[in-house]
Ligand binder design. Structure first.
Ligand SMILES: O=C(O)CCC(=O)C(=O)O
Ligand SMILES: [Fe+2]
Length: 198
């Protein structure tokens, strides 16, 4: 399925794949606890985050960027093989991602429309994996404004934003509580994989 040149692979991960990934992510979060980054505007983000890989995505008053260390000082844990496999299946490159951002949404969290543009080379795609409760994903255009389209992402779905869709505006309008039993305590995990270095 293609929505405005964003590729959506529905139910790419089996429930077994998803359970393995959640177990792997538990280890990631144990090594690098979730935190709420401060936006450059001085408000904490509604989504809790951590990362795996060479870099973690970070935000504070100074702006958005990648950091080689968690705010508590440790290096980010490695990206689990279960997650790397998905990247290699859909990214269309031999290069491995430098960052796996882990976003955790409670049922009231959302993420405003934005572009992913803190990376050096937009020739590499962004690959995004959904786990847990359904989320309403909004896809806009290459500039702010204009008509948008929305699609529900479910647990096991994979989205690829590459080529002419690499810099499309996108965001999460809402998460629908109780739509998945994958995560104890509910909510949604999104994994966003990106190449960061040139
Ligand atoms: O949660 C999602 O599906 C999107 C996350 C996202 O766009 C981001 O972290 O940049
Ligand atoms: Fe994004």
């Amino acid at each position: 399925m293609t929505i405005r040149s964003v590729k959506l692979f529905k139910e790419m991960l089996t429930s077994g794949d998803q359970a393995v990934m959640v177990a792997d992510l538990r280890e990631v979060v144990r090594a690098a606890p979730l935190f709420s980054p401060m936006t450059p505007y001085g408000k904490p983000m509604r989504v809790k985050m951590t990362s795996a890989g060479k870099y973690g995505w970070f935000s504070d008053r100074k702006g958005y960027r990648y950091e080689p260390r968690h705010p508590e000082g440790m290096a980010w844990p490695p990206i689990p093989d279960s997650v790397l496999k998905v990247w290699h299946d859909v990214a269309g490159t031999d290069r491995a991602p430098d960052c796996c951002l882990v976003n955790y949404y409670t049922d009231t969290a959302k993420m405003g429309l934005h572009q992913d543009k803190d990376e050096a080379d937009f020739g590499y795609p962004v690959v995004s994996i959904s786990l847990g409760d359904d989320a309403l994903f909004r896809i806009g255009n290459l500039t702010r404004g204009g008509k948008t389209e929305s699609v529900w992402l479910s647990s096991g779905d994979v989205v690829v934003m590459g080529d002419d869709a690499r810099l499309v505006y996108h965001g999460i309008d809402r998460v629908k509580a109780g739509t998945s039993t994958l995560l104890d305590g509910g909510g949604r995990i999104n994994l966003t994989l990106r190449v960061v270095d040139p």
